[in-house]
Design a protein around this ligand. Sequence first.
Ligand SMILES: Cc1cc2nc3c(=O)[nH]c(=O)nc-3n(C[C@H](O)[C@H](O)[C@H](O)COP(=O)(O)OP(=O)(O)OC[C@H]3O[C@@H](n4cnc5c(N)ncnc54)[C@H](O)[C@@H]3O)c2cc1C
Length: 421
Amino acid sequence: MTDGYGIVVIGGGPAGLAAAVAARDAGCASILVIERDCELGGILNQCIHNGFGLITFDEELTGPEYAARFEELARAGGIDFMLDTMVIDISADKIVTTVSRAAGMVRIRAKAIILAMGCRERPRGALNIPGYRPAGIYSAGTAQRLVNIEGFMPGREVVILGSGDIGLIMARRMILEGAHVACVAELMPYSGGLKRNIVQCLDDFGIPLLLSHTVVRIEGAKRVEAVVIAEVDGCGKPIPGTEVTYPCDTLLLSVGLIPENELSLSAGVDLSPVTRGPVVNEILETGVEGIFAAGNVLHVHDLVDYVSQEAAVAGRNAAAYALGTLAAPSCSVPLAAEDGVRYTVPQSVDPVRMPEELIVRFRVDNVYENRYVSVYFDGERVQHRKRSILAPGEMEQVKLRKSDIEAYGRLEKITFRLEEA
Ligand SMILES: Cc1cc2nc3c(=O)[nH]c(=O)nc-3n(C[C@H](O)[C@H](O)[C@H](O)COP(=O)(O)OP(=O)(O)OC[C@H]3O[C@@H](n4cnc5c(N)ncnc54)[C@H](O)[C@@H]3O)c2cc1C
């Protein structure tokens, strides 16, 4: 067991780094960031394309450049790092257990913990696609690492299943590296990625996006030789007679991200069945006092700038908790997601402890045109903002004002919903 830290941050990606920097700037002098990889930066290290940092730095940076800016701030003094070190357990009384080749097993006591473990990709096993298990099937993120960091080409003739951002970005990447991408097939009638990525990564390269299509068979025993793609009906069931065979040697899967919360569960943190991340309050504290969460471990983000903003909130509040200056909770008002809004983060708010302006982030469950994003205090509509287009691939946000809540008086529930224009 080592001496304790004020704050232990688990994960040295953009969320962990931004949280650590904000906690230090808020006056906490004893912070440790633990990262299982050999370097800081998280998934950004393999994202060598540009498009990061437009909001935070008003510049278009690559992933490694964005990560480097936060790493510089974090290394500027006061924060300790343990790299090549895997956290294997967190207890509810905030003992963090790590293993590493250099130090073996170490237990570290923390006053506050920030969960910043990111997320992982859904694998083929979660998809029930019939066929053998030949070589040539990769998750898009694995292919990205192979191409951008390890210097290997996974294949030459490529089909991509799933139109999440990683799949879209890898479609362009594979073309730039000399491969041919036959198509991107998407089960849903809309893309799961950002509009800008569809335009810049598919349209600009003439790669077809087949909406309401899926892979129904993988051919090849040792190596992928072809995939069969069929159209699906409104329930996602393949329509017989629509099958088309695409000869290929590589199938990339971009079929969803799962927040990495096995450690959170071991600490007794409750997870949301919708986000699969911790349920948090207005200070991004989980149900276990003193354990905070931010970034993709909390809910899957579209832009890293929002990860950094959110993590700074977690960092500042964790610092206040560790220093003993955090205001005690008064009461908790639940935030409800209805009528097209899938979830909100946070899931509850304390009207006394909240800041004057609180950002609530959410995603919608379908593509909607000309809808209002409405907020209700109990039965009274207090916000009504028209949006020409809303899509599941883009994260949305609404600001709640403390003064509005105070002016309303006793409040049972705040509801977020979409309404017809
Ligand atoms: C392929 C791809 C392309 C993207 N493109 C863009 C883009 O163009 N623009 C944009 O703004 N955003 C983009 N993003 C999104 C952005 O990269 C993520 O939102 C951001 O990286 C999430 O930060 P994070 O710190 O929550 O997670 P991560 O970056 O995943 O970091 C989590 C860290 O925690 C570590 N960790 C996990 N478990 C443990 C453990 N048990 N012990 C120790 N360490 C642990 C991991 O090793 C990792 O370093 C992209 C993401 C991906 C995957």
